[in-house]
Ligand binder design. Structure first.
Ligand code: ATP
Length: 365
């Protein structure tokens, strides 16, 4: 056994349980993200696993070693757990140079000297090794803090929103460099984020939390393409919702017929479709212009003849609103995003198609 094992961890503040029986495993070299809305308990789980809060219920192992147990009340302090920590407010030591900051927690500094030189070069920091932190940009300070956290070769690295203070360009670059470095070191990493795109980009596995519970544990593809609930589907932004009822293993909607073989006949369901899960083609133009690769269906089929309410360019994509006559959702409006420029006239007719894999069907609560 190696990496991080958290078993059935529960934690309460003032009798209010904010983490409820959550188990987490992060294997060696694995990058796992805890993703969920503000207040769902991500940071608390991370802090308890790292030893910054005393464990109340459950167990934490790092490698083979039991580092905290709710039953016995045993809590090894963070500095004895062999973990690296990096939080949003990563304070570098102002009176130490960049190199001194990085090697601060390393016992035999000479042993990590050549690693540090290579890592500084990978992070574009070689020229700054002997300057003091206040002369660095935010992104550079963040990268120094990361190197400081991993220089002592921890078994597990805990990161809490480490990129949130950076602007968009620096964030993308710093994420890339961070990932490359962590993959080389082979450390097990658990990172908290509330940004689904960041989790998708960085994680080998994403653990989705809501109200103190683990909702789904899967690869980024599982979470995006095979969400297990409306909650997880909603994480990635606005979703179109159609109501329906299961009949002989299928659900009929204005946007097509979708299979739901696992649900009983008569079950009320919601069909959730993301704006980028719908393809559009103009009707009436000759030849038809297609946005996406789906052919236009015959006019009598579902998915045809919807009126365009608005169409606007977002630069790299176009956002089109269509109306489903006499149908839900509220106002019968459906949002669609297609790559590139596709701007049918307001009032014109389009047909819409949805791949079965883009329709996520859940029981209506
Ligand atoms: P965010 O993304 O906003 O940081 P989070 O998912 O990390 O949110 P936590 O910070 O773990 O959530 O907080 C979970 C709940 O516990 C919240 O309701 C928060 O107010 C509460 N909480 C966190 N720390 C404490 C504390 N030290 N004392 C009392 N309540 C706390």
């Amino acid at each position: 056994m190696s990496g991080l094992h958290v078993s059935a961890l529960s934690h309460a503040f003032d009798a209010q349980e904010v983490v409820k029986g959550v188990s987490v495993f992060v294997g060696p070299g694995e990058f796992v993200c805890l993703l969920g809305p503000s207040g769902c308990g991500k940071t608390t789980l991370l802090r308890v696993a790292a030893g910054l809060e005393n464990l109340q219920k459950g167990e934490v192992h790092i490698g083979e070693q039991l580092v905290a147990s709710g039953k016995s009340g045993f809590n090894l302090p963070p500095e004895k757990r062999g973990v690296g920590l990096m939080f949003q407010d990563y304070a570098l030591f102002p009176h130490l140079t960049v190199a001194q900051n990085i090697l601060f927690g390393v016992k035999v500094k000479s042993q990590q000297q050549s690693w540090m030189e290579k890592a500084l070069s990978q992070m574009d920091l070689t020229a700054y090794a002997h300057v003091y932190p206040h002369t660095l940009s935010g992104g550079q300070q963040q990268r120094v803090a990361l190197l400081r956290a991993i220089a002592p070769q921890p078994g597990v690295l805990f990161l809490d929103e480490p990129f949130s203070g950076l602007d968009v360009t620096r964030r993308a670059e710093t994420r890339e460099q961070t990932l490359a470095l962590l993959k080389e070191t082979g450390v097990a990493t658990l990172m908290v984020t509330h940004d689904p795109e960041e989790a998708m980009y960085m994680a080998d596995r994403i653990l989705v939390m809501d109200q103190g519970r683990m909702i789904q544990d899967g690869t980024p593809d599982d979470i995006y393409f095979r969400p297990n609930s409306a909650f997880v589907t909603d994480l990635f932004g606005a979703v179109n919702r159609l109501n329906g009822r299961v009949s002989q293993g299928t659900v009929k909607t204005p946007l097509g017929l979708f299979e739901a073989p696992q649900l009983p006949d008569g079950q009320a369901v919601q069909v959730l479709i993301r704006p980028d899960g719908i393809r559009l083609a103009e009707l009436g133009g000759t030849p038809a212009r297609y946005a996406g690769d789906a052919p236009c269906e015959p006019a009598s089929q579902p998915g045809t003849g919807f009126q365009v309410v608005s169409a606007r360019s977002l630069g790299r994509a176009s956002r089109i609103i269509i109306r489903l006559a006499d149908c839900e959702p509220p106002d019968g409006l459906i949002e669609i995003r297609v790559p590139g420029t596709f701007l049918p006239k307001t009032g014109s007719l389009v047909c819409a198609t949805v791949n079965p894999g883009d329709a996520h069907i859940f029981k209506t609560e």
